[in-house]
Design a protein around this ligand. Structure first.
Ligand code: ADP
Length: 655
């Protein structure tokens, strides 16, 4: 994604000030933020404090290898808030890593986070709806414009000498200009809207910080504002000559300023966990699951992990990045470390902190660290154990599965070691009711004589339930798994079997149901007997000749009960659904995806076909094939021919 904001026509001015336009998505976002009433405006402060804390974390890490960056020889990291009621400003500053000219433009002029820009592009334009959607997703820095009609950011990047000022009224453009005497880090000055002056009141600020940012590991300090200092000066004059009690307003630390994950569980409330999850996961939903524990033994570490209840926006991003933050002894190291969390658990958010990892190795080296591997194995084990417990409550687990099932199933072919465990946690729809079932449920209900787990893949449950391929199975009471995630094609073939029972695609040729007991009474079979068999054989030959290259083969079918025909994949070949998926992605050209046409010799139409000939036979044969394609969700290759044949057959029927 482009990270540059577009230069507006005004360009550079004499003072070195540059005027730029926001990226279109940012402008759209700001328009919604600025012009719509926001029910929960106070969260802007949480967002700014969260950014300030991240920025200090980043500098603390880089300074491990480049101590000069700290300038002050390693002074404490702090976040300061100061309000000026008269000037109607609120200032939030940090002494973190800061931003230089280019970073200010890229970070505060564009949206670089994967998935986010796409999300904003897709917003409906209906303000009420958009606001509620944005509410669950959060707007980070841009939320400042809910309470401010102008925002100035003064920033100097650690290690650099020049400072910059970024300024905007949130209405399409912003400016960047060089600035003298800027302290390291970022100072954000909000010029509060008239209806937002409450955010300059110290009691309000205290309450907001305690509610949302108590868990921030750095001190968040409220400094006395100019009005408090003025008052003190005035009081001093009034009392001249009287006793001199020193009541100089003092800075006040508003939060606990200790890493939440290091505090004992009993001292943390559900709300504090939730707020921490919002901060650490950049998330806005409720955590579906919270796991907080300390591992002792060979490797010691503390983990505070969350499973979200909603899908994060980048869940299906090709990079499949994880988001658990690694800390070494309270020092933030990385939030994108491969090797901390397997990719199929990339939806997990949170923190892992261990003193057993070396502080001074690079992120790259950490990736292959054996201690890190042990930590991974420990947290995955605990997570799966918790999932197993929660899976007992079917509805509760469905929330998890609906959001993360498609990602979780990647583990079935990627995590060979835990495959059995992951299979136990896997859920699927089936022909047995509307709920999700486990493979254990399926296996427990298998019919006498049934030696495989049957499944069918497709785009949606309704179409699968109506597909002719499963008719015979349903008639016999044989359960079929209905798999609709693209990934299902891959894991079933790679896993092969569950509890020694092989997975078998019902849409593959050669389904033999004769060995399975049960189901409805078989209809009287008038296709038995040598004469009838010869007629069927004859029909198959005629169909093969007529349809030629359009099909791989024509066979009789045991699976059909009420449909005359259906298409199936050649046994061992690629499934119809997979072939279609590849085609949709422009792949699979040159693949042999010809299908087998299965016919139902007991069906009236097929019986009539045995005695047909000439054009009537040709038209019907092609129409039957097209019908099977349509039912399968495929396009008819020659619509004109289809229409012509259909008209001709209808005309005869009406005649
Ligand atoms: P997010 O924090 O979710 O990435 P934001 O819109 O809040 O999104 O911020 C965008 C980026 O701007 C951040 O990723 C960070 O790089 C930068 N940024 C924001 N605030 C600060 C700050 N106080 N100090 C340094 N960089 C910051």
């Amino acid at each position: 994604m482009a990270k540059t904001a577009k230069a507006a026509p005004s360009g550079n001015t004499g003072s070195g000030e540059q005027n730029l336009a926001f990226q279109a998505e940012v402008a759209k976002l700001l328009d919604i933020v600025v012009h719509s009433l926001y029910s929960n405006r106070e969260i802007f402060l949480r967002e700014l404090i969260s950014n300030a804390s991240d920025s200090c974390d980043k500098l603390r890490y880089t300074a491990l290898t480049d101590g000069k960056l700290l300038e002050d020889g390693g002074g404490a990291f702090e976040i300061h808030i100061v309000a000026d009621k008269d000037a109607k400003t609120l200032t939030i500053s940090d002494n973190g890593v800061g931003m230089n000219h280019d970073e200010l433009i890229a970070n505060l002029g564009t949206i670089a986070k994967s998935g986010t820009a796409e999300f904003i592009k897709g917003l409906s334009g209906d303000k009420a709806k958009d606001v509620s959607q944005i509410g669950q997703f959060g707007v980070g820095f841009y939320s400042s414009f809910m309470v401010a009609d102008k925002v100035d950011v003064f920033s100097r990047k650690a290690g650099e000498t020049h400072g910059w000022m970024w300024s905007s009224d949130g209405r399409g453009t912003f400016s960047v200009s060089p600035q003298d005497d800027v302290a390291r880090g970022a100072r954000i000055v909000l010029h509060l809207k008239d209806d937002a002056v409450e955010f300059a009141e110290s009691h309000r600020l205290k309450q907001i910080v305690r509610t949302y940012s108590d868990h921030i590991a750095l001190p968040v300090i409220l400094d006395p504002g100019p009005d408090a200092l003025k008052k003190k000066a005035k009081d001093g004059e009034d009392k001249k000559g009287g006793e001199d009690k020193d009541e100089t307003p003092q800075p006040e630390t508003l939060n606990s300023a200790s890493a939440l994950w290091m505090r004992p569980k009993t001292e943390i409330t559900a709300d504090q966990y939730k707020e921490f999850y919002h901060h650490v996961g950049h998330a806005f939903d409720e955590p579906w699951h919270t796991l907080h524990y300390r591992a002792e033994g060979a490797v010691e570490f503390t983990a505070l992990l969350f499973v979200p209840s909603q899908k994060p926006f980048d869940l299906f991003h090709p990079e499949r990045k994880g988001h658990v933050k690694l800390y070494v002894n309270r020092v933030f190291i990385s939030d994108q470390l491969e090797g901390l969390m397997p990719r199929y658990l990339r939806f997990v958010r949170g923190v892992v902190d261990s003193a057993d990892l070396p502080l001074n190795v690079s992120r790259e080296l950490l990736q292959d660290n054996p201690t890190l591997r042990k930590i991974q194995s420990g947290i995955v084990k605990r997570l799966l154990k918790d999932l197993k417990e929660r899976a007992e409550k079917v509805d509760d687990y469905k929330t998890f599965w609906d959001s993360f099932g498609p990602v979780f199933k990647e583990g079935l072919y990627e995590d060979y070691e835990r495959r059995e465990e992951l299979l136990e946690l896997t859920r699927a729809s089936s022909t047995n009711g509307d709920g999700l079932i486990s493979l254990k449920d399926y296996a427990g209900r298998m019919k006498e004589g049934q030696d495989a787990i049957y499944y069918i893949t497709g785009d949606n449950i309704a179409a699968l339930k109506a597909s002719p391929q499963i008719e015979g199975f349903v008639a016999k009471g044989v359960e079929v798994l209905l798999l609709t995630d693209p990934i299902d094609e891959f894991w079933v073939t790679s896993v092969g079997a569950y509890d020694k029972k092989p997975f078998r695609n019902v849409a593959e040729a050669g389904a033999d149901l004769s060995g399975i007991k049960g189901g409805a009474e078989e209809p009287k079979d008038d296709t038995a007997g040598p004469a009838a068999e010869a007629a069927v054989k004859d029909l198959i030959e005629k169909l093969k000749t007529t349809l030629g290259e359009a099909v791989a083969d024509v066979r009789t079918s045991a699976r059909l009960t009420s449909s005359p025909v259906c298409l199936v994949a050649d046994s061992g070949g690629m499934s119809l659904h997979l072939a279609r998926m590849l085609k949709q992605h422009g792949e699979g050209a040159g693949l042999n995806t010809k299908k087998v046409l299965e016919i139902n010799p007991k069906h009236d139409l097929v019986k009539r076909l045995m005695t047909a000939s000439g054009d009537a036979f040709d038209d019907s044969a092609h129409l039957l094939l097209d019908q099977a394609r349509i039912v399968e969700g495929e396009a008819v290759p020659d619509p004109a021919a289809f229409a012509r044949r259909l008209s001709s057959v209808m005309a005869k029927g009406l005649g």
